[in-house]
Design a protein around this ligand. Structure first.
Ligand code: C5J
Length: 221
């Protein structure tokens, strides 16, 4: 398949491509969650949900592999380095009780993926203790077992977990496409800069495209 992308066309084979949805969790996206308690405007992130849903529906209809990630730590925080927990002066730290349960702890209400993008049985769901989806997870092995060579990225936030995961994937040899209208940051200028730097220098980390361009490719396949 052929997607009109930047800096040039992105080619992929459906059977060798996975859709990776990064951290579309209640705590980052919904009012009253962790993101909002940090002083962020979550409406910015909520706005991408319809575009993400349209891609997810089309990808499922096409029979493509879906991977969902959650930024999540074990209840005893044994997988949360003190350097991550203690950095800065947030009003709530990882593991503290927040409006939707303990912050970034697996199984808590706020740690769940938002209902509109909830995983279906059979889809891969990975809890990741880091910002990158490959760090301390079996993602690379799972993708290799499925013969995957290409990854389509959506999710939040663009310059943190999405960008980190895309860079990790690129170093592991995957051809990556970021869907620009299906990713967002609490800081729009960070998103713009991340998108630009990922595709610079002849797609040094990967390609970017609008979701309508992917949907068009799937329709005409
Ligand atoms: C993600 C974060 N998911 N911003 N986490 O980007 O801390």
């Amino acid at each position: 398949m052929h997607v009109h992308a930047q800096p040039f066309a992105y080619e992929f084979d459906l059977a060798r491509t996975a859709l990776v949805i990064i951290d579309m969790q209640r705590d980052f996206i919904e009012p009253g969650g962790f993101g909002e308690t940090l002083g962020n405007d979550v409406a910015l992130l909520e706005a991408i949900v319809p575009a993400c849903r349209a891609v997810l529906d089309a990808w499922r209809d096409a029979g493509g592999l879906v991977v969902h990630t959650r930024e999540a730590h074990k209840a005893d925080l044994s997988d949360c380095p003190p350097a991550k927990r203690l950095r800065g002066k947030p009003s709530l730290r990882i593991g503290d009780a927040g409006p939707m349960g303990r912050i970034l702890v697996a199984g808590e209400p706020g740690n769940q993926i938002i209902p509109a993008l909830a995983p279906l049985p059979g889809e891969i769901v990975l809890d990741k203790p880091g910002k990158g989806a490959f760090h301390a997870t079996p993602l690379h092995e799972l993708l290799q077992q499925s013969g995957i060579s290409h990854l389509l990225f959506m999710g939040v936030t663009t310059e943190v977990c999405v960008q980190t995961s895309m860079r990790e994937a690129n170093d592991r040899g995957y051809d990556c496409l970021l869907l620009e209208d299906c990713t967002e940051s609490y800081f729009p200028h960070f998103k713009a800069a991340a998108v630009e730097m990922l595709r610079a220098q002849g797609a040094i980390i990967g390609w970017t495209a609008n979701s309508t361009q992917l949907l068009e490719a799937l329709r005409s396949a």
